[in-house]
Design a protein around this ligand. Sequence first.
Ligand SMILES: *[C@@H]1O[C@H](CO)[C@@H](O)[C@H](O)[C@H]1NC(C)=O
Length: 276
Amino acid sequence: FIAIFVVFPLKFMDLRERMSFLLVLLLLLAPAHSYAKAAEIVVFAQVGNSVTLLRKPWGKNENIHVNWYFNDQILIYRNPTASTQNQAPPNWQGRISLSTDFSLKISPVTENDFGIFECVQYELTDRTTDKYKLYQVKMSTPPPLLSGATLTLSCEIEREGFNLVHPSIHWLGPDDKIQNGYSNGNKYTLSVIKASGIHNGNWICVVQYGANSILNATTNVVIVEKAPVNIWLVVAIIGGILVLILLAGIAVIIICRHRKVMKYTRRKRRFCCCKK
Ligand SMILES: *[C@@H]1O[C@H](CO)[C@@H](O)[C@H](O)[C@H]1NC(C)=O
């Protein structure tokens, strides 16, 4: 459309007209370009973990005003001439803070935080705005497993964010071994056959996107060791039982003997009495 718009009138103009036409065209297009809606910066986060929205370096830190918004609601601001802080909205209180470079740290992230954040910075009359969109990464929490069973973990990256940045994903176990698993679109799965005690603990789904943007999504895995069958314990118990039976047998024999002896002496005594 623009090509037709530009080329068609050019045919009917002389050189000077052409030049001024192009100049006007440039002036028209230039501001349109600079006001074009800036793309949102993709940021991944997991509920329960923390995330930092990095402010882009801009202006002189000692001069700038920084305002952070969530879905157009002011969250936190920084004013270089005042030391006071605003009250964060109730559902954000105690969860947000500004780092020294005015990046926004959210800890812990909740289900309701997956929206659009905006960082507006002013220095005198200059102003710049960055928008961020928080996307969710969900990780399964497997139930406690007996050692020897297959451990299956999944890590799902919100589809829209996944399609925008195509992150690369790998897994890190408690044994610090990197594993790759397999993927189906935005869903990643890892199976550990014959899980054992070394797999008990914190598993990380490492979502890497961009040059140095990493989300460590985590989940805790509990592997229950099967009670070890201690052969010596079994031997000791059986041995103990045998000894008890033996002692009981001996006791019975002794008692029987004792009774016989008693009967014999009684009979003997009776004899004696009769003789008298
Ligand atoms: C992710 O976890 C690994 C292993 O514990 C650690 O070395 C790395 O610093 C973590 N990265 C982030 C961004 O938390």
